[in-house]
Design a binder for this molecule. Sequence first.
Ligand code: PLP
Length: 243
Amino acid sequence: MTENLSIDPARLHLVEENYKRIQEEINQAAAKSGRPPEAVQFMAVTKTVEPAYINQAIACGIHLIGENRVQEFLGKRDQLHLAHCQKHLIGHLQTNKVRQIVGQVDMIQSVGSLHLAEEIGKQSLKAGLVTPVLLEINIGGEESKSGFSLEELHLNLTKISKIEGMKVEGLMTIPPVCDNPEEARPFFSKMNETFIDIRGKNIDNISMGILSMGMSGDFAAAIEEGANLVRVGSALFGARIYQ
Ligand SMILES: *Cc1c(COP(=O)(O)O)cnc(C)c1O
């Protein structure tokens, strides 16, 4: 009960307004790239966000949430209305946490190394599961970011395709921080090129259905360049407050 007292009705309303506006912008960007609105999945990124606001987004029509941290997700999920909502892990995953998250989410989007892929396969097999994943690409080649470089990706594809207990369903990226979404566009288009290229190879166990890119500041540009899953946090829920 004490928790309900801290829910801000103005913020609930804001989430609803933001949801409608963003969905409209997604629809327009999809139309620009010749696709129907439902061709692009709208993920709500819920890190640091309290369950009441996440549930508001779900009530508005969100069918997919993304959490960054295993512990935060496991701690919050009992309070979330997830019956018709999928959940993905999108944040950096340490190999020692893999066992806790396998089977608890519908997809792990942040698989940026062969080592992590192998651990997900191993723990999934142990649990009798096949975990759907996306391969995270460090498209800007930044030192500070995790993810496969394009070179590493191509070198490791065959090995990755042989990992049991895991199936690759697409690619994910976080491009370098840009002031203007137009600066991110070349990274998005390079991702789309790679996505199409790998799809054309028809490698067993590697399907290219999901291209996850675009966040609050640049999702429209990402969609125009081919994204079919955008990950939106602060534009939907407001600026994050880190405790
Ligand atoms: C936080 C986060 C997002 C959302 O960022 P916003 O700019 O708030 O929309 C998307 N993807 C990942 C991997 C994130 O960590």
